[in-house]
Write a protein that binds this ligand. Structure first.
Ligand SMILES: [Mg+2]
Length: 407
């Protein structure tokens, strides 16, 4: 009859097979353990008993989620104003998750995000959520005995090429920046990015200095090393296009980051349209909705979500879906040398293209955290290994960490 469901029909052989006891059937198909394996084992309910914020003396914020089953998750929030983020975690988010099941990541993410929507959905709010979300993923990995890269669907590589991200170009001389870039290459990096960090002195503070710095760096590195430039939102549209054209044609950059103000999507789109070099942005965006606009309005080539800023791993995965949908490169922003880096390594090993090196901040004062996590995340020959253990794959020495804690 049209519209009705087709009647199930079984062959005589299949009917006979279905009458066999389950164990006998397993033997019949030659994989006796399979039936047991495919039956999903229920995971225990893990009641969240505490959420702790550890403000560290290196401007880092670790977020620790404890459960009634003794399994602890470690997360990290953005290093931008960690005390404000800690207050947000403690005053606004913690009451929303205490007593809840730590494995309900999706529900908890929505609960945290939409319940605190009016506190601002860019900046501190998603950064605070990120700390808890990363810790919840760490717990999920520990409960299942799987690394995050396994839970994401499998990694494409077991180590990730890292580019040296060198900041402070506004204050340094061209010779000093060239010296630091050459040192990074000597240390094993095959790509260098120069950040100008003009800060409040925007816009077009000193374009001649920008050119002098980058051309001196290129001279010091030769043609073999990949080169990127981060204007840190420091140019007007016309300067971004004029200098960007010279950077791509004369210095061969492969990555042109935040050439104009981050909120000027129309201006970014003009720069993208005028140049061939891939334009990158995203460290000033947060959730999927801002990345949707960054793609559809600013039309950037490279997306740079930051797992400690964008609302954590849960949201980074959604943004990766957008990058795939719109065919954009994923090169996350990151200046974290500890848990944020670990989370990012799992993420990029699964989702980012291998040809693109990932960000490694060589100047970070937070490198001290490598002393209290195992394995330490220090680059070797320009690569970082993807951690192997369950969850983040990082063991945290809480006693050692406590010595760095200031709030
Ligand atoms: Mg940047």
């Amino acid at each position: 009859m049209p519209g009705s469901a087709p009647k199930e029909s079984f062959s005589p052989q299949r009917r006979r097979l279905l009458r066999l006891p389950a164990q006998l059937m397993s033997v019949a198909i030659g994989v006796p353990a399979l039936a047991r394996m495919v039956r999903a084992a229920p995971l225990p309910r893990l009641k969240i008993t505490d959420v702790e914020t550890w403000v560290l003396n290196c401007d880092s914020l670790f977020v620790i989620v404890r459960t009634d089953q003794g399994i602890t998750g470690y997360g990290e929030s953005s290093p931008m104003n960690v005390r404000a983020e800690a207050a947000l975690v403690n005053e606004a988010l913690k009451p929303l998750v205490i007593g809840q099941n730590a494995l309900d990541r999706e529900q908890l993410w929505e609960r945290m995000y939409f319940s605190t929507y009016k506190l601002g959905v860019m900046g501190a709010q998603p950064e605070a959520i990120a700390g808890i979300d990363i810790a919840l993923w760490d717990i999920f990995g520990k409960v299942t005995g799987q690394s995050l890269w396994q839970l994401f669907g499998g990694r494409r590589r077991d180590r990730v090429r890292m580019y040296a991200s060198i900041g402070g170009g506004a204050e340094a001389t061209p010779a000093e920046m060239a010296r630091r870039a050459a040192q990074a290459v000597e240390d094993g990096h095959t790509m260098v990015k120069i950040r100008m960090d003009w800060g409040m002195r925007r816009t077009d503070a000193n374009p001649a200095h920008d050119w002098a710095v980058l051309s001196e760096v290129r001279k010091a590195l030769g043609d073999k090393v990949e080169l990127g430039f981060d204007a840190n939102n420091g140019f007007s549209v016309s300067t971004a296009i004029r200098l960007g054209r010279r950077f791509q044609n004369e210095l061969g950059i492969i990555h042109y980051e935040e050439p104009v103000a981050q909120y000027d999507y129309a201006g970014i789109a003009q720069v993208v349209a005028a140049l061939d070099v891939p334009v990158a942005a995203g460290e000033h965006e947060y959730t999927r909705w801002q990345f949707r606009d960054l793609i559809t309005q600013a039309n950037v080539d490279i997306l740079q979500p930051d797992v400690v800023k964008c609302g954590g791993i849960s949201e980074a995965l959604r943004i990766a879906g957008l990058a795939s949908t719109y065919n954009r490169l994923l090169v996350p922003h990151q200046t974290q040398p500890a848990l944020g880096t670990a989370a990012n390594l799992h993420f990029t090993a699964c989702w980012a293209r291998e040809e693109r090196a990932q960000e490694y901040d060589i100047n970070s004062k937070r490198a001290i955290l490598n002393r209290v996590i195992h394995p330490a995340l220090e680059q070797k020959n320009g690569f970082l290994p993807v951690p192997e253990g369950p969850g983040l794959g990082i063991e945290v020495d809480e006693a050692g960490l406590r010595k760095l804690r200031v709030a």
